[in-house]
Write a protein that binds this ligand. Sequence first.
Ligand code: DOR
Ligand code: ZN
Length: 351
Amino acid sequence: MLTLPGLIDPHVHMREPGATHKEDWASGTAAALAGGFTLVLAMPNTHPPVVDARSLAAAQAAAMAGARCDFGLYLGGTVDNVKQAAGLAGRTAGLKLYLDQTYGPLRLDELTAIAAHLAHWPPARPIVAHAEGRSLAMVMALAHLHRRRLHVAHLSRADEIALVRLAKQRGWRVTCEVTPHHLFLCEEDLPALGPGRGEVRPRLASRADQQALWKNLEVIDCFASDHAPHTLAEKDGPTPPPGFPGLETALGLLLGAVHERRLTRTMLVERMASNPRRIFGLRAQPQTSLEVDERARWEVRAAEMHSRCAWSPFEGYPVRGRVTRVVLRGHEVVRDGEVRAAPGYGRNVFG
Ligand code: DOR
Ligand code: ZN
């Protein structure tokens, strides 16, 4: 048995309020615990989006009632919430800026507003940017000009990792995360996935991009699932929304990479626990750990998962390591692979 610290996923989408047919806090955090995550940070692109005191309070109430693991909530930056967002910072995991198109209404294009958020958001909490290609260069330069640290969400391409590597070499305060799906899938997998199921933002990239992520693992601070559940009916429908579920496959995929010696166990723990804890200023969760049967080999089966979305882009994929037991703040929340924590057990780490 391998014992690991409780894993932290700094990037998940829980869909509550507003789209609980895709996921809610109870189902999404059951998926988190089953996958070995004891703390998740949830994105603000819900319905309504989390952008002010009222929507933050509603999201907090839903999370407190439903969450089985600990959590934090991001606030989304908009053109007109700069001051209000800054005033709410202490109750959030950070500010999310959507600088490229994705699911939901939070895309921010106005340079003035982006710069204003970078100027006014309190430095104690991080700013996380969805920024691809040229947007990434833009927001990194702006953050540097404002002497502000920046965390880059789901970096996926060779040109982007080269930019972050150079910025780090120059001493810029930038950190980044990569998703398992960008590490383990590329555009060559799209024909097998099909057009709707293959939709994700950032898109699956080229094989060369994928290889660049593996070659630059030391530049990557965190692995984040970007768990973005949509139902199969939606993914296979006429306007498929982008997003893959990922909470229940992340650890197995990455332990498979450890087994293949593409990654060390220490690197995995840094990127799935210690680095997110440091970057997001998360207090230690006392008496929290997981036990993993490291030798277990299994194939991904969405039918066995807790996420309400009931599908996976990794269906049939061979992975390693079964989460058999999870202890969160002294309580056994997963036992013999079964999730036992009740909705409401999870705490808001910024509450
Ligand atoms: O594919 C994605 N889906 N990328 C994102 O950044 C958002 C997400 C979602 O919320 O569905
Ligand atoms: Zn996301």
